[in-house]
Design a protein. Structure first.
Length: 380
């Protein structure tokens, strides 16, 4: 069997409140029209996101910009003159430097958090890393093994570009490694940094402005082991549902000379809702058996307020109480892509007085699928 034994999260030292994000997009560097600014304000006010963590000190950048300086010293990570030139829009190379240093700092920080929770790193024999917002070579898994001195790792790989449901793909791979006997203790690190790709192109359509509003930065760590601990959860076989061929247009990521450009199509919510309706009854039978939905802990990826509303409109629906972990993460962190499910899972596991023995993790893939995995509490 494979069990989730440790969960941890790490965040950069900076954050933006909803009011600060509105002020940020009103800065002349963006040159947005009044109509676009009004729509951004409406989206932010309706999003339920109160704060969003960021690896880039945007306040310092705009303070320097207002004072007439042409550069900014960003303390995390320390990169001088990142935003330079008359248009204040860094190149893909500049952004890649900030992204790589940010994800490595966050990945190392979350491993330390895992250690502080009692996980002995010398027992880790497999490492899986996951990101969907950039790449580096050697891969993050190789760097992490060397940087954290994980001497007993026998296998490792990066399972990247799996989108918001990346944790489920990693749990699937970790479970397979353990059940096959290839590993006994798998360390999963999911990390994404979206702020380095913040694009000031005033000609962007709303489908590309929206990710700038919703997506932040963070890292999550999970240990999956063959030996259960007192508060561990058994990982069952994940389920996948394809959303249809045309759904790949719903989330698109492309590399431009001014950074990554992410697009969220307006049809995303409707496509997700249609796919969930088709599999919901089957998934509930698999997850619940004869239980009611309120007898299960729900770890739903809070991709946005409208995503959670999809689950409230299903038959049977999930209630606000059942979505409380997801809604709290969305309110305090926003959408951090793959680490987000780790934060929701951690919120659930931090509740010590729960009498529920079943949990269900659900998250979308990069536009083409939705994933689900069932967890069973270990009561040995």
């Amino acid at each position: 069997m494979a069990y989730v034994t440790h969960v941890a999260s790490a965040f950069p030292p900076f954050s933006l409140t909803k009011e600060e994000m509105i002020k940020l997009f009103e800065h002349p560097v963006y040159n947005y029209s009044d109509d676009v600014l009004e729509r951004i304000g409406r989206i932010l006010k309706a999003s339920d996101i109160s704060t969003r963590p960021t690896a880039v000190n945007m306040k310092q950048f705009y303070r320097d910009l207002d004072e007439g300086k042409c550069s900014c010293s960003i303390p995390y990570p320390t990169v001088n003159n990142l935003f330079r030139g008359s248009n204040y829009n860094p190149s893909i190379t500049d952004r890649a430097v900030v992204w790589e240093r940010s994800v490595k700092s966050l990945a190392k920080a979350v491993v330390k958090k895992i250690q502080e929770k009692g996980c002995r790193m010398e027992k880790v024999d497999c490492v899986i890393t996951n990101t969907s917002t950039g790449f580096c070579l050697p891969n993050l898994d190789t760097w992490l093994i060397q940087e954290c001195n994980l001497q007993n790792v026998a296998s490792h790989f990066s399972l990247d570009n799996t989108g918001c449901g990346g944790l489920i793909s990693c749990l699937d791979a970790a479970r397979s490694h353990i059940l096959s006997g290839r590993a006994r203790n798998v360390l999963i690190v999911t990390v994404d940094c979206c702020t380095p790709h913040l694009n000031t192109n005033s000609q962007l359509k709303m489908e590309s402005i929206l990710p700038n509003i919703l997506f932040g930065d963070g890292a999550g760590g999970v240990v999956v082991s063959s030996i259960p601990t007192k508060e561990s959860w058994k990982v069952e076989l994940p389920r996948y549902a394809l959303l249809g061929f045309k759904s790949r247009q719903n989330i698109q990521l492309s590399i431009t000379d001014k950074g990554y450009l992410l697009k969220l199509n307006k049809n995303l919510v409707g496509t997700l809702q249609a796919a969930l309706k088709e599999v919901w009854t089957e998934w509930l039978t698999d997850v619940l058996g004869n239980q009611n939905t309120n007898e299960v802990e729900w770890i739903i990826h809070p991709g946005g307020k409208k995503i959670l509303e999809v689950f409230k409109a299903l038959d049977p629906p999930l209630t606000a109480e059942e979505l409380r972990y997801s809604e709290n993460v969305m309110r305090t962190k926003g959408n951090l892509v793959s680490p987000t499910l780790v934060f929701v899972l951690q919120e659930m596991m931090n509740v010590k007085d729960s009498n529920k023995d079943t949990a269900c993790i659900i998250g979308p893939g990069p536009g083409t699928e939705i994933k689900m995995v069932k967890l069973e509490k270990y009561n040995g």
